[in-house]
Design a protein around this ligand. Sequence first.
Ligand code: FAD
Length: 419
Amino acid sequence: MSGQVAKAPNLGNKQKNYQFRNWSSTFKCVPELYFRPKSEDELVNIVNLARENHKTIKVVGSGHSPSDLACTNEYMINLDDLNHVLEFDPKSRIITVEAGIRLFQLNQELKWRGIALSNLGAISDQSIAGAISSATHGTGINFGNLSTQVIGLTMITASGKKIHCSEVKDAEIFKAALCSVGALGIITRVTIQCEPEFRLEAEQQPMKLDTILNDLKEIVCSAEHVRFWWSPHTDDCAKQAETIGYFRETILGYHLYQFLLYLTRFYPPTIPRLAHLMFLIKFNKGTLMVDDSYKVFNSDCLFEQYVNEWAIPWERTAEALRKLGQWVRENDEKGIYVHFPVEVRFVDKDDIWLSPSYGRKAHTMFKDELTKAYPKFKDFLELREELDPEGIFLNPYLRRHLLGEYGPKVDAAQFKARL
Ligand SMILES: Cc1cc2nc3c(=O)[nH]c(=O)nc-3n(C[C@H](O)[C@H](O)[C@H](O)COP(=O)(O)OP(=O)(O)OC[C@H]3O[C@@H](n4cnc5c(N)ncnc54)[C@H](O)[C@@H]3O)c2cc1C
């Protein structure tokens, strides 16, 4: 015997009894151990520990996913301390950042360097890894989702090995990892192609739903980034962004709206009237906003809310919204009411394996449907099996949706925070 004691691997900050809740407080969990590593080496040690102890790992960004996608009862890892800029080339405007950086931090880092992301979603609270892992998108018929701005990434796989991949190196892994919902490994670094910083002018105007749908192609192509909100139970729409003063925005548009929505839970038939009133307060006024791109891309998502999102071929927008309108009207008569504006945005196609915009296929929910809707779904599953044969990166959500498993062990009900 040498008499030497093996040094315990450095796992960084770890915590028991950490309570995780997603942004909308609809799902929660208490992972067995919660880690907040400060380096890739610590991350590798955590992956090795999980493998030795037969534990699974879920990496979490800012927990903004509306489902139980980020929930686990085993190991949870948060990368908030891995949020630095690692490399920047001013000439090519390519930047490499640690994967835990939040988009609002990234926007600031880019601004200091005179560059910007080409497009962004409605908020900047997400981590860059979380945002790309779920193909987060903004709007713009010629702009892909956020993952399409990424040109390279580093990932730690279940074996503890680091993979650097890009369009030219391990391109298949790259196309799979760009939207991989945490199923292939832990993304630790992201390299992004940026563009010179720019300002945007956003004009908002009230319009009727039929006017937009009748003229959709022209409207969608009328500016670089077009979106509109339709207020169900009415034919009112607002096109693009808004800037309203403090009283309208904060007192009426937030607190009063939230309170009235709460009251409608006790008497739902008032929802259509509330929808109309809020449209008048928040949207029924033409506005013009000129600001830094990231401020205009982002909008106020107001308070905690239940949301879901559907991706459909853009040419079928009118058909889908007319059918939805008809459904709302029919169910209105049956006493079913829809609360919130329906936001409609447009995203360019891409070739990222699990992106809803891959080949412009429609987005559906479970394994059999996913296999039909995503041409690369089977390849994704094969790659997942190859990189993570023991399923270290699988949580109940991924077991349900990717592997088609069902039963109490994988049921979302175990993580429900409230009905
Ligand atoms: C108010 C609000 C507004 C939103 N606006 C938009 C919008 O405009 N457009 C849009 O498309 N979506 C939008 N979303 C959805 C949101 O962008 C996605 O849910 C995104 O995944 C959240 O990022 P996150 O950092 O919170 O990730 P989390 O919810 O924490 O995690 C999401 C997934 O990413 C994985 N992940 C996180 N970090 C890593 C990593 N380092 N390595 C590997 N996997 C990782 C997780 O394991 C999980 O599977 C919005 C959500 C909210 C609540």
